[in-house]
Design a protein around this ligand. Sequence first.
Ligand SMILES: [Zn+2]
Length: 236
Amino acid sequence: MSRKVESIAYGREKIVFDVLHVKRKTLEISVHPDKSVVVKAPPGSDSEEVIRRVQRRAGWIHRQILYFEQFEPRTPPRRHVSGESHLYLGRKYRLKIKKSQIRQVSLKNGYLYIQSPTSSPNHVQTLLEEWYLRKASICFHAVFHLCWEQFKKNDVAMPDLKIRKMKTRWGSLSTGGRLTLNLDLIKAPKGCIEYVVIHEFCHLFYRNHDADFYRLLHRSLPDWVQRKHKLETALV
Ligand SMILES: [Zn+2]
């Protein structure tokens, strides 16, 4: 098996792809969740012809890459000091750290107040993460059950809900019927959380993102495209 890196221009973007020569009769182009593009070509394929074929499918490849990009949480790193902004349900709050004997996190007038005996960034971060988890647990369960009220008419068993930090996805659905939501979604607007939940509910019927899947998604949430777009830009 031989491997070669090639690239084509698509508008102002550059699409880089690996060409693998493997024993097969037809050419196959695939885009993976890490956004890598792999072209499997029969042995001895003409490399210009391979590039032409990739060029013809550039629009599709680009759409796949954008699709996987939406699942990359992109919140920039925070230092956990006063004055810094932090997101909660799509709104920015300024962090204000106050020395106090009690430990408390609260929202007031656009500020995210953290009261704590120490202002060490590590400690502030821990308090804040615990607060996000408590808020996410309440909010995600509420959204989940509200969306389920709409969705259950499709006559399918309700999945379990789990919340955890995920590096590359906003949500996922296991074959055992467990829906996992990324904790970081608590930073996005509620409409985006609803979109991720409904998207995963649709996977109860269709595992893959095929036409049937999108038909059901569209029927369940007609403005899903706008919500998805919002999610892609909300956490930058
Ligand atoms: Zn999906």
